[in-house]
Design a protein around this ligand. Sequence first.
Ligand code: B3K
Ligand code: ZN
Length: 868
Amino acid sequence: RQIKRLADYQAPAFLTHSIELEFVLDPAATQVTAISKISRQGAHQLPLMLDGHGFELLGIWLNNVPLTDYQQTDEQLVLSQLPDEFELKIVTQLNPAENTALEGLYLSGGAYCTQCEAEGFRRITYYQDRPDVLAVFTTHIIADGKSYPHLLSNGNLIADTLLANGQRRVSWFDPFPKPCYLFALVAGDFDELTDSYTTGSGREVALKFYVDKGNQQRAVFALESLKRAMLWDEQEFGLEYDLDIYMVVAVDFFNMGAMENKGLNVFNSKYVLANPQTATDVDYFNIESIIGHEYFHNWTGNRVTCRDWFQLSLKEGLTVFRDQQFSAAMGSPTLCRIDAIKTIRTAQFAEDAGPMAHPIRPEQVLEMNNFYTVTVYDKGAEVIRMQHTLLGQAGFRRGMDLYFQRFDGKAVTCDDFVQAMQDANERDFSQFRRWYQQAGTPQLRVTSAQDDALASFTLTLQQHTDATADGSPKLPLVLPVRLELISLDLSYRQQHLLVLTEERQSFVFEQVPANVRAVVLADFSAPVKLLQQISLDDLLFIAANASDGVARWDAMQQIWSDLVRQSVVAAHPVLIPASLLAMFRQLLDQPLDDLEFTAELLALPGFDTLAEQYPQIPVDSILDTLQSFRQQIASQLTAELTRCYQRLPRQPYQYQSMQVGIRKLQSLCLGYLAQAISATVISQKNAAADSDVITQLLQQHYLQADNMTDRQATLTAAVQAGLDLAQPLLLDLLEKDGHDPLIFDKWASLQVSLPTEKVFELIENIVNYPQFSWNNPNRVRAVFSAFSHYNPQQFHRADGRGYQLLASIVGKIDHSNPQLAARLVTPLLSWKRYDEARQLLIQQQLGQLRDQPGLSNDLFEKVARSLS
Ligand code: B3K
Ligand code: ZN
C-alpha cells in the first residue's frame, strides 16, 4: 500500500490546459471520451503519468493517431516520448449502476451523479488527478431526454440539441480553469425551483435547485439561505459570484454533506429539504450553514484552490470559519460559538488523543478520504479564527484581500495563506505556523495571584502539549487568550487580549481593585484544554456576570465537569450543591429573553465532552453520574421545570429565533421531567401525581405539535428516560411519515438511542424495513452512527455486544462503500482509552477487521494505525 508524503511533493511535469468530455450515459456501459490539450513543463524527458482505475480502456489517440505504445499499471497509465505539446484522446467505459462506493460516476435513486473530490475523477478517465492541474472544462452529455430531462454540468449551458436517434446532447462550458476534483455531472428527472440573484455589480445570476419529484417547496428555505450567503459574502469580503448560473442538486445517496463543484453543488438531500413537518430547528440551522459553506467555497477552494491534498485545510478550515461567521451574522454569535466549541471538545479532542492524530496539515496519507476530519475542518477553522483574533476584523480583511490578489486562479499552500495575512499586516507569523505542523491539544494551565497592597493582579499561563500518535513536534504555540477581570462588586471590568508565546509567561495588571475574578479564555479564543483550580462560587459568579456569553456557558460546563470528577473519585455520584440548584431555579423563572442561551446554560455536558477530560475514560462512572444528576435536577426542580415549560407560549411554527428558543427550552424541561418519572427514580412526595402530569405533558407536546422539532423533543425525552410512552409515539411517527426517507432516518436514530438491551432487537428490526438500504449512507448512518454516538450505555456494554455489532457492520459495508465504513469505525479506534476489559473486547474486533480479505485502504489505514 502506497503512503503519500507532503515532503515528496513535486510540481507537475505536464499541465493539462483544457479538456473536452463527452458522456454517453448508460447504466452499465457509459462511454466517456476525453480530449485534453497538454504541454510539457520545463526541459525534461519524464513520462506523463495519468491516474485511473475501475473502468475499461477502449482507446488512446495522440494528435488523432491511435497510440498503442503505453504502460498500464493497476492505478496509472504511463506515456513516454511525447512531444512538448499535444492533444490526447482517451475513451473509457464505466459501470455507474454497480458503483456503490459513490465515488466517480454513479447511478442511484434513478439519477446519475458524480463525486470527484478527493480522487474520484480517476474513476472516470485517465487524467492528472491532482489539484494543481487546472484546466478549462467543456462537457457534453448524451442521454435519453425523456428519462433524464435534466442533464447538468459545470459552468454555463452552451448547447442543447436533439440527435437523430432521439437522444439529447447538452453542452456546458466552464470558463474558469479548475482542478478535476471540482468536475460534476448530474442527469435525472427532478423538480426544479428557480430564482435569480443580482450581484452588487449588477450581474444577474440564475439560481436553480433540483430535488426529487414532489419536493419543490421543501427547497425554498435552502434557496433563501443561498441568497443570504451571496449577499453576505459581498458585504463581508467583497466577493461576488462569477458564473451566470448557480445550481444545487439534492440527492439521497451521498457519502457526506455536500460538494462545492463549480457552479453545480451536489447536496445530501438532508441539507436541502426542509419544511416544519420534516425538519427540526437544528436541521434548518445546518441547511443555512452548509448552503453557505459550499457557496463560500466558490472563492475559498475554487477560485483559489489547494496545491496538493495535504493543504486541504487551506480551503476547508477557511471555509468553515467563513460559514461560522455567516451563521453568527444570521443568528446569535454566542450560540454559534457554543456549537463550534462542542464539536472541538468532543470529536476533535478525541481525534487528537487517538491513533489518527494529525496536524491540520497532515504529512502523510494512505487514503485521502480519511483526512476530511474534524481536525482539518474544525480545528483548521479555529486556527483561522486565531489569526482573525490576532489581527482584528480589519486586519484579517486586509489579509484576505491580499490573498485573492496574489492567488486568484492558482493552486496554493497553507503557508501562502499565512504569508498573505502576515504581509498585509506587517506581522511576523513564523511561530504561529507551528499550528499547521503540530498535532495535539495544548493544555493551558492558569494560576493567579492578587497583591492587594500593590493593587496588582498577576496571571500566569503555562502551555504543554502531550505527545501524539503521529509523533509531530510539540513546541510552544502562539495562544491568543481573551481575559476579563471583574471585581466581585462589579464596579471594575477590564478586557484584555493576552498572547502567550512561551511555555510559561506571567502577565501583571496594575491598579486592579481587591477581589477581582479572572475569566480566562473567553470566547474559547484558542482550541486548548483549560486547567484551572476555581471554586464553585467563583464559577457561579462568572456564569452570572461575565460579559462574554460563551464564558458564562463555559463556567457552567466547568461546574458540571468538576462535579463529575468528584463523583468519579468518590466512586458514587455526589449531591448537586444547593447553590447550583438555586441558580437553576433562577434561570428557569427569569423573564422570557434569550431562551436558547438559557437552555444552553441549563444543559449538562454530554458523555463525549466529559470523556475527553480523562486519559482513561471511566465509562460507567460518567454514565451513572450523568444519570444521577439528571434525576436529581428532575426531582428537586419538578415544579420549576413544569412551570417554566408551561409559561412558554407555543405559536404556529416559524424558524425564527424567539420560537427556536421557546422550543429548545421546552425540550430541555421535558428532557429533565421525563427523568423524574423514569422507572429508576423513586421520587419523594406526590410521585404518582407528578407522574400523571408529566406523562400528559409529554404526550400533549407530541400530539399538539405542528412541527418536527417539538415531536422530536418528546420522543427524545421519552426514549432517553426509557418511558413506555415512547413506543406508541414512535409508531405514530413511522406510520404517518415514515415513507419519507429523512423522517425514517429520524425515527431510526431515535429507536437506536434506547438505553436498554432491547435496542439490539430494534436494530435487527429496522434493517429489515423496506425503507432501509445498506447501500444508502444516510440510512446506515441513521442506525449505526447514531447507535455508537448517542447510545453510550449500550455501545459500551461490558459484554462487548455493542462493539461487536458495530465492527460486523463496518466489515460488511467495507465491501460496498469503503469511505462509509472508514467513518463508521471511528468510535472503535480509541480502544486504548478504555479499561482493560473493554480494551480487549475492542481490540479483538479490530483484529478481525484487519484480517478481513480485500480490506480497503480506507479501513486499513485506520485499523492498522489503531492497532499499532
Ligand atoms: N469538499 C467536500 C468534501 C469532499 C469529501 C471527499 N471525501 C465538501 C465540503 O467540505 O464542502
Ligand atoms: Zn468544505
